[in-house]
Design a protein around this ligand. Structure first.
Ligand SMILES: [Ca+2]
Ligand SMILES: [Ca+2]
Ligand SMILES: [Ca+2]
Length: 243
């Protein structure tokens, strides 16, 4: 039986798990449970044997903050093994703010780091467990690309949000399970309103879009919201340029 702990606030939490059954000797069993909540926000990083990278180019560029995130977009984290012992499987527990992001089952796409391993993912709102297990006994060790995990950005997204790996589990070839409590954060930031093409920065292509919209009533380029694209918008655009 798996018990999932999703605290509404950080810090230590305790409670009781009561199991009622038709066992005549012990019809009710009460178990004390405790856990530590880690909030979905900035905090001290606790590294582990998996790294995240928000730069989708091949390889680990170590990008842990990305801009240009907007409602309706999708954010993908690349996962990388670092000096794994010989493993037949691995998993990560990822928490996120469900008012801003959502995870659809199947949005974890493993690499062939462990040949022929079977992907598994499960989750509830705000939490996903994803990983692979080798049913054939194939194993792998060392460092390398593990796969992609993607989140959909909802209409509730504004300003910034975080995706945090809170636990890593490795299934060792010896048969034992090694777990690591970690805190590995990917920070997702909204883009500037002047990033008209949504590529994450305000650059020359945005200037071209602005130039075309100048003197029109294009709402996207009406940065001060006065109903038309004019000189005051140009000043706001100039302030954002290059950021
Ligand atoms: Ca990369
Ligand atoms: Ca841009
Ligand atoms: Ca305006």
């Amino acid at each position: 039986m798996t018990v999932v702990f999703v605290p509404q606030e950080g810090g230590g939490q305790t409670g009781f798990l009561t199991i009622s059954s038709n066992d005549p000797d012990r019809p009710v069993v009460t178990i004390e449970v405790a856990g530590v909540g880690s909030s979905v926000g900035p905090g001290e990083e606790i590294p582990g044997p998996i790294k995240v990278d928000l730069n989708l180019a091949e390889g680990n560029q170590g990008l842990t903050t990305t801009t240009g995130v907007r409602p309706g977009s999708q954010v993908t984290l690349q996962l990388f093994a670092e000096d794994f012992p010989e493993v037949t499987g691995y998993g990560v527990r990822v928490v996120y703010d469900e008012s801003m992001l959502s995870y659809a089952l199947g949005n974890f796409t493993p690499s062939d780091f462990i040949a022929g391993a079977t992907p598994l993912d499960t989750g509830i709102e705000g939490l996903v467990d994803a990983g692979v297990v080798s049913l054939s006994g194939s194993a792998a060790s060392g460092s390398g690309f593990l796969g992609d995990i993607s989140f959909d950005v909802g209409n509730g997204f504004a300003d910034s949000t975080f995706v945090i790996i809170t636990e890593i589990g490795l299934s060792l070839s010896s048969g034992s399970l090694q777990t690591y409590p970690v805190r590995i954060t990917a920070t997702l930031l909204e883009s500037s309103p002047a990033d008209f093409d949504g590529d994450g920065s305000v650059g020359f292509t945005d200037f071209l879009i602005f130039a075309i919209a100048f003197n029109s009533n294009d709402t996207k380029c009406d940065l001060d919201g006065d109903g038309s694209v004019g000189f005051s918008d140009f000043l706001l655009f100039a302030l954002a340029f290059g950021k």
